[in-house]
Write a protein that binds this ligand. Structure first.
Ligand code: CA
Length: 626
């Protein structure tokens, strides 16, 4: 072939192949949300349609469904199609991809009916005890899903940071255990697909926000767990991560737009590590450079930082959260790394959820040690008003109390050490707009384990637990603590996330059953179960007022009371037995003549001229009677 002919021929082939490739790739690879519901308060849904060069095609909807808005981004592989579900009479319609007039691909979009009363679903409150589980480490109910062909990180229990095989079936199999313990709500660390190559077991680098990780089970299994909890009057709390996705997420690998995530020039893939100093969110003295690095920096290289000020990103996160609530019949959400997000975006995110579900509770992880800082993040905070800001976030975590609690119990008493730390902590309660919606905890999956700090001392455990189960707010227990589980965080996070004994068939011992528990585990467990089962119906603890008295001899006394009931709590962090007069508590004790300590089950006379004796390192929780 002569040169010019050859060139012509090549050109033809190129033209043909580009035509063919366009043609061949004109197919829908993803549609998200995969389906939606009729009768939502916000009738609009923005449907992401993903496929090679899809934005170069015509998008049409069948059955005269109108496209309210069609948005394209700089990446031709995405289109965002907004429809108004109120205007659709049918339960499904087709999204047609057309090349000129020819339909080249099509997706049937379903609009489901909602569950009755879905909008008014109940959520976790101060009536609940929240039990926190890392699903990979709790129980392996299905060995067939331990490793999946399509998911890189394979199960290997000998690797501390590897996948161990725990799953949703394991939790479903142990619902009796959780219920008997007194748990009423279960918070799972994220269970969406996290297909990072290694260290993926924690689930915080999610690679698909609409899909449960195959090693935990399926979307249906997740919904089954939620429904089975609901049948027991319990509920499922989802751990939601707005701040970052996994770097292997399909959308991160093919960004809809460069501003989908925060990128820093010079960093690999735009990476710069966050400085983790999120007080810059309200600090009037903060330098812009620090603020930008805190909020836009990545939590880790594997966790690109989402840009919630991009309305498409924010709407994706909002719809995804609502999709899970509606689909899986959730009873609440816990939001990871709350102050690392764009705070205006997050206020809109929470407001959209709580507008759709007015009783729905969302607790944000704002890991800060000042009560003023924590207060800033709670809905209707007077402190945030200074900034003209309202987070709309109903619940916040009591990190200041978490920080003071072990010190208060361990330290030798002095002017500013020992139980006075608890007293001082509660003096800040006036800062919180909704005191009963404080999340109260001794530890979680990111902190040191309580029983490690306390060297396995069951008396110290009992003191801590007596406090979190009787003060205002929502108590949370971290799996394993109730059997005395330990683990040294300085050796790595895996140390505080060990497998629950009995969760695996090959385990020599099971702490899931009374017969299986060691006598030491029993002491921890039975105390926990007793306290939280007692607490279940104690309105005075759920919503009563608090009156506390200054600690003396390292004994802290407070009362929870309402019009009908009063409970006296005595925490003695002193190793010695203490006897003290009751006259100092007359304003709380007047009218009462007896009391029943729900820990020892002993009935005691109550007389403001009398005395009371409490053992060293112990607690009393006394229901007062007339
Ligand atoms: Ca498994």
């Amino acid at each position: 072939m002569e040169e010019s002919k050859k060139t012509k021929h090549m050109k033809k082939i190129l033209l043909l192949s580009s035509f063919l490739s366009t043609f061949a790739f004109a197919q829908i690879q993803k549609v998200e949300p995969m389906f939606w519901w009729k009768g939502m308060k916000n009738p609009e849904v923005q449907i992401l349609v993903y496929g090679k060069d899809i934005s170069k095609y015509n998008i049409e909807l069948s059955d005269n469904v109108k496209i309210q808005n069609l948005q394209k981004t700089e990446n031709p592989n995405y289109v965002f199609v907004t429809i108004n579900t109120n205007e659709v009479n049918k339960s499904s319609f087709k999204i047609n991809i057309k090349n000129k007039n020819k339909i080249v691909d099509s997706y049937t979009y379903e609009l489901k009916d909602r569950q009755p009363n879905s909008a008014n679903r109940t959520s976790f409150t101060s009536k609940d005890m929240v039990y926190l589980i890392m699903p990979d480490r709790f129980a392996n109910g299905d060995e067939s899903n331990d490793s999946k062909k399509e998911l890189t990180d394979k199960a290997n229990r000998s690797i501390p940071d590897g996948r161990h095989g725990g799953d949703l079936r394991g939790i479903i199999n142990n619902l009796d255990y959780l219920q008997n313990l007194g748990a009423t709500a279960v918070w799972l660390t994220p269970v969406n697909e996290d297909n990072e190559k290694q260290h993926s077991y924690h689930g915080y680098a999610q690679t698909d926000l609409y899909k449960i990780d195959g090693r935990y089970g399926s979307n249906e299994d997740y919904r089954e767990l939620s429904q089975k909890l609901n049948q027991r009057g319990m509920m499922l709390i989802q751990d939601y991560v707005t701040n970052h996705w996994g770097i292997s997420h399909w959308m991160i690998q093919d960004l809809p737009s460069q501003d989908w995530i925060h990128k820093f020039p010079g960093g690999k893939d735009g990476f710069r590590r966050s400085n983790y100093r999120t007080t810059t969110q309200f600090d009037k003295n903060a330098a812009e450079v620090d603020k930008k690095e805190a909020l836009n920096g990545w939590f880790d290289y594997t966790m690109p930082d989402m840009n919630q000020s991009n309305p498409l990103v924010l709407n994706y996160l909002t719809q995804n959260a609502i999709w899970w609530i509606e689909y899986a019949e959730l009873g609440g959400m816990r939001v990871d790394t709350y102050p690392y997000n764009d705070k205006e975006g997050m206020a809109k995110w929470v407001k959209a959820i709580t507008t759709e579900y007015p009783n729905f509770n969302v607790v944000g992880e704002a890991w800060m040690y000042s009560s003023a800082h924590i207060s800033y993040w709670q809905k209707d905070s007077k402190i945030a008003e200074i900034d003209n800001y309202n987070s709309y976030l109903p619940s916040v975590m009591d990190f200041p109390l978490f920080s003071e609690l072990p010190k208060a119990i361990k330290e030798e008493e002095s002017w500013d050490k020992g139980m006075i730390k608890l007293y001082n902590s509660f003096t800040n309660d006036f800062l919180y707009p909704d005191i009963n919606n404080m999340f109260v905890f001794m530890e979680n999956h990111d902190t040191e384990r309580w029983n490690e700090i306390m060297n396995g001392d069951v008396n110290d455990y009992k003191l801590g637990l007596s406090l979190i189960s009787t003060v205002r707010g929502i108590p949370q227990v971290y799996y394993g603590s109730e059997i005395g589980m330990r683990g040294d965080k300085s050796k790595g996070d895996a140390a505080i996330r060990q497998d629950f004994p009995g969760g695996w068939k090959s385990d020599k011992q099971s702490a899931f059953t009374n017969e299986g528990r060691t006598s030491e585990q029993k002491t921890f467990h039975d105390f926990t179960a007793k306290l939280f089962n007692w607490r279940k119906n104690k309105e005075v603890i759920h919503s009563g007022k608090t009156k506390h008295y200054m600690p003396q001899s390292n004994v802290y006394v407070y009362f929870r009371y309402n019009e009908n009931e009063s409970v006296m709590v005595i925490l003695n962090a002193n190793p010695e037995k203490q006897t003290f007069k009751l006259d100092r508590f007359a304003e709380s004790l007047n009218g009462f003549t007896s009391g029943k300590d729900i820990i020892s089950d002993k009935v005691l006379p109550i007389n403001t001229n009398g005395e009371i004796t409490i053992d060293g390192k112990s607690s009393m929780i006394i229901e007062l009677g007339k």
